[in-house]
Design a protein around this ligand. Structure first.
Ligand code: FAD
Length: 703
């Protein structure tokens, strides 16, 4: 202890280390309270918490910087690996695009050399550059300019990074002093901007530990120009100065909603120094698409709730960078995969500039997109699909303008039905138009009739065998013309299904399956061993028939992302097939299903016995006991369960989850009848619904 106290830097690092954990916990707790996960709070309390969270974040940054400075002095060898600097420049600048845009600052990036291998530590150089850019944004007034240039100084064999701004500038006499820890110029102290005076000390420590140098000049833009010189790895290798460490594994993930972020998070857990970049063409990421109907109905109040972790932390680019250590390029579209050189060409949608990202492993998680029928009038106003948050915002805005009284939903599948309830709750008159003879075709026809009755009992008009021919209106839609009459419509929601996003994969020559989705093996590997795919863009195998199957589900996307990550990191995990287990709320009914319907089982060649057993979901004398109608589909020859469907106000999901488990383990109805399931009056009848249904099936099988 004596030694540590006599070394101020080590002592500061020890204090920083001790404070970091508690500060992080305090931050998480404050965010939990602010997100109202611990009960409702007033707007004023929320505003105060915003300030407390910002102070907490700032303290964490200070602690982190002290630790990095101490490490740079005490362990310089950790800063002498080889890094590819052009991609760091690109990623770091991309993470400031949004902030620059918000402040109306023009952020220009010029990269004159690519790839550019320099000496340094990837995480430290990234953090250092972000500190410089963050300062530039902080001290540049709105409507100003920032320029970031990377070039190679051939005679010196050094890379130069220039960060210039049109801000307040630093007086000549202070240009050395600003690198001293905790020094702040009078101007910085007088400004309203927060700061600790550690930013440039941290920058200098990292750059010098990497063998480079940094200095400040007056910028041609009027403010400050920071010039960072980093040693070229080539020169240093020749001089024998560099420890030749294996560079971190580079993973590029295309798609940032469910499968993509899941893959990234798991990779970082398995290989913490992996260099993972998510490329997402939208602005928002990692949101719960499944929650969109509830956001539209108002059951979910704020958009941020769809993007929050259970602790209430919003998963935005800063969260991915700081908490998960994953680079995030949002508003960036992957436009081409160069398999030979293992590169992805991306287009930054804000400035339309293109750049290249190298990868060791690539993950395609491009998801799916709603199908739009090609009919006259499809481009009229107030015709929506529902896939992302921006679609939901469009629908919400149209509802708030009070313009949508008559709403037509085209398609009686899962999304159409979930939207029906949301819109009825918003006071709309809803008509569902379905081209097929039944809605909800994941169910057998008699079960779908129960759903239809439930919808009709809430005032919804359900029109089956009704196909859209055209949409009519002026600017906005006014009516929908079908083979079965014309329906008034102030708003139309198209929900006729999704198609996998496979254009990139197709262009790259990857194998596409029979269903039109990307073909993968059980390791989630595509036909290129360095390219994985997961989520809505991939083809699945149906577990019972072992046939190709396409059913895009969030549950599957997340599981597949995890499997892909394990295999990318050298593990051996497999994802073999799916049953298509689904749950859906339809007003007072809970609908759930798994495996084959009777129709699908017969079509697949099975000789089946079916039973339909209505019973309460718990003891009838308990308050809240409600009906469950449970249908089982059983193979006559093997007595194995092939599928189950449950509808009612009671707990259907519990029975269907047991059925799904039974099908996965190839159980017969005889084995299901002997399952040891929970029983107490508030939870189940003394013989659970699924056991009763299995017994009825056994009776039928035994004649
Ligand atoms: P997506 O969510 O489609 O995300 C893919 C992302 O990739 C998109 O953001 C897209 O912008 C991006 N992208 C595509 N191409 C590129 C490119 N070239 N460059 C950069 N980015 C690109 N599932 C359930 O299991 N249960 C439910 O209850 C449920 N309810 C749902 C309700 C609604 C209204 C909706 C819309 C979906 C629902 N789902 C549900 C389905 C679930 O949301 C999806 O299965 C899940 O989001 C799929 O995740 P993904 O990451 O594979 O694809």
């Amino acid at each position: 202890m004596k030694n540590i106290i006599s070394d101020p830097l080590k002592f500061a690092a020890l204090v920083a280390h001790q404070l970091k954990g508690p500060m992080a916990s305090i931050g998480t707790i404050l965010q939990t309270i602010q997100g109202e996960f611990a009960g409702p709070i007033s707007q004023k309390q929320k505003d105060l918490l915003t300030r407390a969270i910002a102070s907490c974040d700032e303290s964490l940054v200070t602690a982190q910087r002290l630790l990095s400075i101490s490490r740079a002095f005490n362990e310089p060898s950790a800063f002498k690996s080889q890094v590819e600097i052009s991609s760091i420049v690109r990623k770091s600048s991309a993470s400031f695009n949004e902030q620059a845009e918000k402040n109306n600052i023009t952020l220009t990036v010029k990269i004159n050399i690519e790839p550019a291998y320099a000496i340094g530590n990837e995480a430290a150089i990234t953090e250092m550059l972000e500190a410089v850019l963050s300062n530039a944004i902080k001290y540049t007034p709105d409507n100003g300019q920032i320029e970031l240039i990377l070039l190679y100084n051939e005679p010196m064999k050094m890379f130069e990074i220039h960060v210039s701004d049109s801000g307040v500038g630093i007086a000549e006499e202070n240009r050395e002093k600003v690198f001293i820890p905790f020094f702040r110029t009078a101007g910085a102290r007088a400004s309203a901007r927060p700061g600790t005076g550690l930013g440039l000390a941290f920058v200098k420590a990292i750059v010098e530990a990497s063998g480079g140098n940094v200095h400040i000049e007056k910028s041609h833009l009027g403010g400050t120009e920071i010039i960072i010189n980093l040693l070229s790895a080539e020169k240093s290798v020749h001089a024998g100065e560099v420890e030749t460490k294996k560079p971190p594994m580079k993973v590029v993930i295309i798609g940032g909603v469910a499968a993509g972020p899941k893959t990234a998070a798991k990779i970082m857990r398995l290989v913490p120094d992996a260099d993972v970049t998510i490329v997402e063409k939208g602005r928002l990421l990692s949101y719960a698409g499944c929650g969109l109907p509830y956001y539209i109905s108002g059951a979910v109040k704020e958009q941020r709730e769809l993007m929050s972790s259970p602790a209430g932390v919003v998963r935005d680019p800063i969260f991915f960078q700081q908490v998960k250590n994953v680079h995030l390029l949002n508003q960036t579209e992957a436009v081409e995969i160069d398999r030979k050189n293992k590169r992805v060409r991306v287009k930054h949608l804000i400035d339309n500039l293109h750049s290249l990202l190298d990868y060791d492993k690539l993950v395609i998680a491009t998801g799916s997109e709603p199908i739009k029928p090609v009919v006259e009038g499809i481009r009229l106003g107030n015709i929506f699909t529902l896939h992302g948050v921006s679609d939901a915002e469009g629908i919400k805005a149209a509802l708030e303008r009070g313009k949508a009284r008559d709403v037509v939903i085209v398609g009686g599948g899962l999304i159409g039905i979930e939207m029906t309830e949301a819109l009825v709750r918003k006071g709309c008159r809803v008509t569902i138009l379905e081209c097929l003879p039944q809605i909800f075709r994941l169910l057998d026809v008699e079960m779908s009739m129960l759903v239809e009755n439930q919808l009709e009992s809430h005032g919804v008009r359900v029109m089956t065998n009704t196909c859209v021919e055209k949409f009519q209106g002026d600017d906005n839609v006014k009516s929908v013309v079908t083979n079965n009459g014309t329906y008034p419509a102030d708003m139309v929601i198209i929900a006729v299904g999704n198609r996998p996003n496979v254009e990139l994969a197709k262009l790259a020559g990857l194998e596409i399956g029979q269903t039109g989705a990307i073909k993968v093996n059980s390791q989630m590997q595509t036909s290129d061993e360095n390219i994985y795919a997961a989520g809505d863009c991939v083809e699945n195998v149906e577990m019972i028939t072992q046939k190709p199957f396409y059913l895009p589900l969030g549950s599957t996307a997340n599981k597949q992302g995890r499997i892909a990550a394990i295999n990318i990191c050298g593990g051996n995990a497999s994802f073999s097939s799916i049953l298509g287990t689904v749950a859906c709320k339809v007003f007072d009914y809970n609908v759930a299903l798994t495996g084959l319907t009777e129709f699908a089982a017969r079509k697949a060649g099975f000789d089946v016995v079916t039973v339909l057993v209505p019973a309460p979901d718990r003891e009838h004398f308990v308050a809240g006991a409600a009906l469950v109608m449970l249908k089982l589909v059983v193979d006559k020859n093997t007595r194995r369960l092939l599928g189950a469907q449950a509808i009612g106000s009671g707990h259907t999901d519990k029975r269907i989850d047991v059925a799904a488990t039974s099908i996965c383990t190839k159980m017969t109805v005889d084995q299901i009848a002997n399952l040891d399931l929970c029983y107490a009056p508030p939870y189940a009848p003394v013989i659970d619904n699924i056991i009763t249904a299995a017994n009825v099936a056994r009776n039928k099988l035994d004649g």
